[in-house]
Each structure stands twice: as C-alpha cells, then as structure tokens.
Design a protein around this ligand. Structure first.
Ligand SMILES: NC(=O)c1ccc[n+]([C@@H]2O[C@H](COP(=O)([O-])OP(=O)(O)OC[C@H]3O[C@@H](n4cnc5c(N)ncnc54)[C@H](OP(=O)(O)O)[C@@H]3O)[C@@H](O)[C@H]2O)c1
Length: 305
C-alpha cells in the first residue's frame, strides 16, 4: 500500500531565518552525537524515521530513560542506551527532550546529578506539548546554570515512524540557521518539517500531533460502517485507511479546495450526497472543530503545570 511520503519543503515561509551561517555545522550533521532524554513513543517514532532515512548513524545516537528494560528496542536499533540522563548530556551536542511534561524537572535534575560536567554548550530540542521556550530556558537555567543552552521547540507526530509525519518547529532567538537546517535534515526523511511561530504550536500542533488519533477513529468508524454492510473487517479497514491516504494526496497534489473535491464526488441525486447529508446531520464539521479547540486548550494547560 502506498504511503504518503512527504519530503521536506525546505521552508519558505516568512518566518525563516536569513541564511546567515549555513556552514560547517550543516555539512557535518553525521558527526553529531544526538541524544534523547526519554525513549517513549514519540522519541522512538523520531529515531526510527532518522535511522530509516539513513540520515544519521544509530551508533551516534544516545538515549536515556529510568527503566533500561523499556529501552530494548533502542538497543535493537543499534543506539547507545543508558539509565542516566547525564551520560546522554556528556556525550551529545543536540539533545531531544522526550519526557512527559510532568517529568521535565526531574529529567533535568537527573542530568545535574549524573553528568560529569555541566559546563558546556547544548542545543535542546523539546517535544513537550504546551511548554513554551521561555519556560524551558527557565527550567534549564535553574538546574544547570553552567550550561549555555539554546532551545528548539518541536511538535512532531507519530506517523514519522512510517515516513509520513509532520514536525513543526520554533527556534529560540539564539539558534543559528545552521542548527535549524540540521534539524530539518534529520527529520525531513520522515516528516514535512516546517518552521512556525511559537504562537501556533499549541493549535497547529493539536491538529498535527493529536489529529492522527482523530483519523484513527474515523478510519475505524468507516470500517465499522462497511462491516455493517457485510464487508469483512480486515478488508474494510485496509480500504478505509487507503481511502484516507488517497484523499490527503488529492488535497495536497491537486491544489484544489477540499470543498471542490467533495463537490466533484457528489453527483446530483447520487449516493455520496446521501452520505454527506448524514455527516451534516451528525455535525461532523462542528465536532472536529470542537475537538481541535479542546486539544489546543489542553496543550496550553499542560504547559502551565
Ligand atoms: N505521543 C505523541 O503523539 C506526541 C506528539 C507530540 C509531542 N509529544 C510529547 O512527547 C513527550 C513524550 O510523549 P510520549 O507519548 O513519547 O510519552 P511516553 O511514551 O510515556 O514516553 C516518555 C518517556 O520518558 C521516560 N522518562 C520518564 N521519566 C524520565 C526521566 N526523569 N528522565 C528520562 N526519561 C524519563 C519514560 O521512561 P519509562 O517508560 O521507562 O518510565 C518514557 O520512555 C511528551 O512531552 C508529549 O507531550 C507526544
């Protein structure tokens, strides 16, 4: 089954930095030691994308988590695994923060307790939903005053695992263009990587990172509908998923408004418009708009905890 393979757009929005320093850092990406603090679902999706796309060797990736037994899949991928966040900190120049929001303080404290030295320059890449760049700096500065930290906030999504993800990012004002390009290079094999203003992180991030769960519900429900009409479950699921993939491709590749694409499928008096009537009666649009609003509100709440 064909999957959406979105290559990096090499961002062209007005939020791009001027290419002030696209130099050796960018060219030497493969030389970097990449770290992950927290090796759960999202970090795993990112690292799988990086390794699959061959953009960085597993031997130069480090991960830390409190339960080493939960990191077996990382050792299987050939990465370096440790239970001490300080080991990742000592070895790595660019460190992804992949813990739950309520574990941020303890994760940073663990760096302080277990690192050999905390006097160094580090680029932290935070995937923590809702946590603003200024709060990340505050936490890092309060526990690791000797660290010269810069921060890129990202909002990735789990479809990065299969090379069809999205990774939004916002750098702080100290992050050089070359560092943004390194991030883009690392994730662009598995995600559409786009720089956005931080104010969109909670809302657009809700769409891109929570959205896959909404779509799984849609796919499951559509398959249920076909099963109700007598189609075998596995066949129904396969076709529901591929239909959603194809519809996304149509929007991206045709450049047409989805309303127009919908009209093109709805013949007068036909079967599709009958189905659309049911969707409108069920308030599908309002439901999705409300879903996004609640996810955005929750993102903001999480960041304040
Ligand atoms: N999942 C998504 O779709 C998604 C999308 C965008 C952003 N995010 C963000 O990504 C972050 C991680 O989410 P997730 O879904 O990957 O959660 P997860 O699967 O629960 O992963 C969290 C990981 O952090 C580890 N951990 C806990 N305390 C730690 C500490 N003190 N030091 C180092 N590691 C520690 C956990 O290890 P143990 O399991 O061994 O305790 C676990 O492996 C969250 O902040 C979330 O907001 C997630």
């Amino acid at each position: 089954m064909a999957l959406i393979q979105i290559k990096n757009t090499t961002t062209t929005s007005k939020y791009n930095y001027e290419p002030a320093d696209q130099g050796s850092d960018y060219l030497n990406t493969m030389e970097l030691n990449l770290g992950f603090i927290g090796g759960g679902n999202m970090s795993t999706a990112i690292v799988k994308g990086i390794i699959k796309s061959g953009v960085h060797p597993a031997s130069k990736i480090w991960v830390a988590g409190p339960h080493i037994e939960n990191l077996k899949h990382w050792s299987d991928m050939g990465t370096n695994v440790t239970s001490e966040n300080g080991v990742v900190f000592d070895n790595c120049d660019m460190i992804f923060l992949g813990v739950k929001v309520n574990k941020l303080q303890s994760a940073i404290q663990d760096i302080k307790l277990t690192a050999k030295s905390t006097a160094k320059e580090v680029l932290f890449v935070s995937m923590l939903a809702g946590v603003q760049i200024k709060d990340l700096h505050e936490t890092i500065n309060s526990h690791l005053p000797g660290v010269k930290a810069s921060v890129i906030r990202i909002m990735p999504n789990t479809p990065m695992t299969v090379g069809a993800g999205i990774c939004l990012y916002t750098p702080d004002h100290t992050v050089m263009q070359s560092k943004c390009l390194i991030l883009e290079k690392l994730v662009s094999g598995s995600a559409l990587c786009e720089k956005v203003p931080e104010e969109y992180m909670d809302s657009l991030g809700a769409l891109t990172a929570c959205g896959p769960a909404y779509m799984y519900v849609v796919i499951e429900a559509l398959a249920d509908g076909a099963v109700k009409q007598g189609v075998p479950r596995a066949m129904a699921m396969r076709h529901a998923a591929q239909m959603v993939v194809g519809s996304g491709h149509m929007v991206l590749q045709s450049g047409k408004h989805p309303g127009l694409l919908k009209d093109e499928v709805c013949s007068p008096g036909g079967s599709t418009i009958c189905g659309i009537t049911a969707l409108e009666n069920g308030k599908l649009r309002a439901t999705l708009i409300n879903a996004l609003e609640l996810s955005t509100i929750r993102n903001k709440e999480l960041g304040k905890k």
